[in-house]
Design a protein around this ligand. Structure first.
Ligand code: FE2
Length: 312
């Protein structure tokens, strides 16, 4: 088994969670060609996704939808943490990408690289879903993620999503990404600290552990949590997280005019499904993502990369 930071992936995630994750990954691969299955994988891949694509083409919306996928918008989000944020981190900028599903469309490498090239930021984070499908091989995903890595300056922190097998972790890390498997990284500027923690997927694998992810955070430090999904908001707020960054919803991806979502893939509250939100003392942002799932197209919901600016 690959060793990262002297620990195996199994040791980093925890033995029980690792075994459970591997068992679910194998079950999902096994059900791939079963017409009737728990996750409806066959139905989605062979029937639903081609049908959605055909309808969009018939309606003359395909070209526009492709542009919405391949021309990401840059969104700015101000995060007023308050006096708990050390002056050394006032103005700290986080570049946030999510749901790349990069092997659905090779041109995403160029479109994302072009979008982030002019941006200034202190740290890049990614909130999961690098592979297009939930099953099958991921060698193409890793090839494209490696090609994309030079587009980012400095450290890139990642968490895995429900499309990502845990076994891709060593390959992502050898390409220069840093995967947080219920782990954290504490940044220091002089005497000041800022903690970035990341949890494993809470959607399908449910191998997330916020307590473990935050265990190494110094007392009183401002904590930013990366999670594939916003559904952990209650636990995150209770754990004293100041900012929860997530994705998974794609903002609906194929939406009605005005960006109204047709399909919800998260539990309520719906106000947490897209963009900036707040719960109690915790702020959050749920990214619409900069890729696509199922069909290589978006409608009334363009790809986005987000720049979060922290302030006191
Ligand atoms: Fe996704």
């Amino acid at each position: 088994m690959s060793k990262v930071n002297e620990l195996t992936i199994e040791e980093r995630l925890g033995q029980e969670a690792y075994a459970r994750r591997i068992a679910i990954e194998r079950y999902r691969d096994d059900e791939f060609n079963r017409f009737v299955s728990r996750h409806g994988t066959y139905f989605k891949i062979h029937l639903l996704h081609p049908a959605v694509g055909a309808v969009l083409k018939a309606l003359g919306l395909w070209g526009r939808g492709r542009r919405e996928l391949l021309e990401p918008v840059v969104r700015e989000n101000s995060v007023a943490i308050g006096p708990a944020l050390p002056p050394e981190f006032d103005g700290f900028r986080i570049l946030h990408l999510s749901d790349l599903h990069i092997d659905i469309e090779e041109a995403l490498v160029e479109s994302i690289a072009r979008a982030v090239a002019p941006l200034r930021y202190d740290l890049c984070v990614m909130t999961g879903d690098y592979r297009s499908r939930t099953i099958g091989k991921w060698d193409k995903t890793m090839e494209l993620m490696a090609r994309l890595r030079p587009a980012f300056k400095g450290e890139v922190l990642c968490v895995l999503g429900n499309h990502d097998p845990i076994e891709m972790t060593p390959e992502l890390e050898s390409s220069g990404y840093r995967v947080l498997l219920n782990e954290s990284l504490v940044l220091r500027r002089g005497e000041a600290s800022l903690c970035f923690a990341g949890i494993d997927d809470p959607v399908i694998f449910e191998t997330h552990d916020i307590g473990k992810a935050l265990a190494a955070a110094p007392s009183g430090v401002v904590k930013v949590l990366l999670s594939h999904s916003p559904r952990v908001w209650k636990q995150a707020e209770a754990a004293g997280v100041s900012l929860l960054l997530s994705g998974h919803t794609h903002g609906g991806q194929i939406c009605l005019p005005g960006g109204r979502m047709v399909k919800l893939n998260e539990p309520p509250p719906v106000r947490l499904h897209k963009g900036a939100w707040r719960v109690g003392n915790m702020m959050g942002y749920t990214s619409c993502g900069c890729g696509a799932s199922g069909v290589a197209c978006r409608l009334n919901c363009p790809s986005e990369v987000v720049l979060h600016t922290l302030s006191r």
